[in-house]
Design a protein around this ligand. Sequence first.
Ligand code: NAD
Ligand code: KPL
Length: 303
Amino acid sequence: MTWHVLGAGSLGSLWAARLARAGVPVRLLLRDRARLKAYEAAGGLTLVEQGQARLYPIAAELPSGTGPIERLLVACKAYDAEAAVQPLLPRLAPGAELILLQNGLGSQDQVALRVPHARCVLASSTEGAFRESDFQVVFAGHGFTWLGDPQRPGAPQWLDELEHAGIPHGWTPDILSRLWRKLALNCAINPLTVLHDCRNGGLAEHPAEVSVLCAELVELLQRCGQPAAAEDLHEEVLRVIQATAANYSSMYQDVANGRRTEISYLLGHACATAARHQLGLPHLERLHARLKAHLQQRGLPVT
Ligand code: NAD
Ligand code: KPL
């Protein structure tokens, strides 16, 4: 069965190239005619691994094409996912499966509401890839992707294809817990690195701020039915700060490069969930307000 990959950016290209080289049929769905023309001129996707670049001439088409889509990997940013899936609705085959690669929470529900008859598999990935230029992606070379479906715990057959393609993954009956845990880590680290203009390791200079945010995130996770995601959160945040001390967080890199952030699906989602549960989390709310003001000053979207 063909994998249609929506979004030929960092993660979408990484998945598409590995599936294609394992002999799995893949087709890219590109935004518009201009992008399709640019892709055809490039001759395919280039994946750079351990300094070695290799071109993968994967077939590409527009969302307005006509063939049925049975398996769709949605690899856009969280804020683009719902709108990107919309034009594909008439092409989704009965029983179609969507794999949602978005970080944070909120976009998965937005997409699922649009496709009530399809299966939505959610993913939480720590793989790292970045775009060197259009259709050329560099793979950091490590990471893992958890997959799961909160509605149907049974693992799909196509996990074999991921295995075959060398995509490190695991199936979990509790993908929401994994997504909440990553969201909490990202909320405790990423906004502070932006506001303090520092690498992850720089947060070692701000232990009180990190600690109070972790305490509020734990309260939130417990209140919204995710106690497992709350366990030892502060300890893990400190571990990640230390282990990734030399790195800039993904949100820091987005802001530094003038790119829209996924704030609404991370801190914004945490604050909205707290409000829905009538839970006052003053430090998290203040962090959200400071981050929005910071983005606004730089002319970046605050959602
Ligand atoms: P990206 O910006 O590199 O790629 C997204 C792609 O989607 C772009 O090529 C964009 O043109 C395309 N797109 C947007 N709207 C579209 C539309 N309507 N039709 C077709 N294509 C469309 O983003 P990314 O870094 O690959 O991130 C994707 C998701 O994966 C994000 O939620 C991110 O947080 C998450 N993630 C990324 C990494 C990473 O290392 N890059 C790691 C873990 C998680
Ligand atoms: O995932 C991350 C990111 O930068 O987005 C880490 C390294 C965990 C920091 O929150």
